[in-house]
Design a protein around this ligand. Structure first.
Ligand code: FE2
Length: 301
């Protein structure tokens, strides 16, 4: 290859690299001064190479080489800065190991009366949910300890504790927000359409969910879930908090049918509790969870 061809090939490579870099810069989205500043530099280099096409000489080649090195350096700095920003944003929302907290109720303890008594809410939230948070934190710390010490002798126990308490914590967190003093009625919009499509009618859905809740053996939950894999809603039961359900689904609406959820007010009449509970379903929250869950677009099987 002649030196002329070599120079031409070098400039062709530089142009290609500039094109890829511009694409990468614009993919990073959002307005950022640094990004636009660098994109302008890259574009200016492409323009200069184009404008000098007939007069490539050694001096110009060195100029371009220096410019490429300069751009490379800035690109690295920008990537590093964005990486650090992402890391910081991630740290802000990440819960540390063993650092879960009891979320506050989104309303006063008496807000769901007469359907759920204040006394139930106090014990259910402050004692039962709190114990799941504490249990999950302990399990996570013990598993961390096992990793540090390389001693996995009790791992099966702590994994079970993490599954039970973790599921208890997450389900109760959904449950509180699934209810509201201004609840009841039917969902609207896309969720209502989806319920009709997947269950035939809102009535069919309500009856199926009610039966699922009434028929939970022992303690557990009824759940309306979205399956990103099937692109369909389903109704499931779980015993305790973690048993006999489907993986890879997202709970949208959950109903706690442990005795601690109703016994003080309804004694053994679970069906009456379930019937009354429909009056406090916060459909706005369920619609919001459905909207967020439905954004996942996974290949169907
Ligand atoms: Fe509960």
């Amino acid at each position: 290859m002649s030196s002329f061809e070599q120079v031409n090939e070098y400039f062709s490579e530089v142009r290609k690299w500039c094109g890829q870099l511009l694409q990468a810069l614009y993919k990073r989205g959002e307005d950022e001064f640094d990004k636009h500043d660098l994109a302008d530099k890259v574009q200016a280099l492409v323009n200069r190479i184009g404008a000098n096409e007939a007069h490539y000489d050694l001096a110009f080649t060195y100029e371009v080489k220096a410019e490429v090195e300069d751009i490379q350096e800035e690109w690295e700095m920008l990537r590093q800065k964005q990486g650090e920003e992402l890391e910081r944003a991630y740290d802000d929302i990440r819960v540390g190991i063993g650092e879960h907290q009891l979320p506050p109720l989104p309303y006063p303890y008496h807000a769901l009366e007469p359907y759920i008594a204040k006394e139930i809410m106090v014990l259910h939230h402050d004692v039962h949910h709190k114990s799941y948070v504490d249990g999950l934190n302990k399990a996570e710390r013990k598993m961390q300890e096992a990793r540090v010490q390389g001693n996995y002798e009790l791992l099966k126990h702590w994994e079970r504790e993490a599954a039970f308490h973790g599921s208890g914590h997450y389900l109760h967190t959904i449950f509180w927000n699934n209810m509201s003093r201004n609840g009841g009625g039917k969902p609207k919009g896309a969720l209502l359409e989806r319920i009709r499509r997947d269950f035939g009618s809102f009535g069919h859905f309500k009856q199926h969910f009610t039966e699922a809740a009434n028929q939970v053996e022992g303690v557990g939950w009824a759940l309306l879930v979205w399956s990103p894999r099937a692109h369909r809603l389903e109704i499931l039961q779980t015993e305790k908090h973690q048993l006999f359900t489907q993986w890879d689904t997202i709970p949208l609406l959950v109903l706690d049918v442990w005795e601690h959820a109703y016994y003080l007010q309804y004694q053994t009449k679970r069906a009456e509790y379930v019937k009354n509970w429909w009056n406090i379903v916060n459909w706005r929250d369920v619609e919001d969870r459905y909207y967020q869950a439905s954004q996942l677009k996974w290949k169907s099987y």
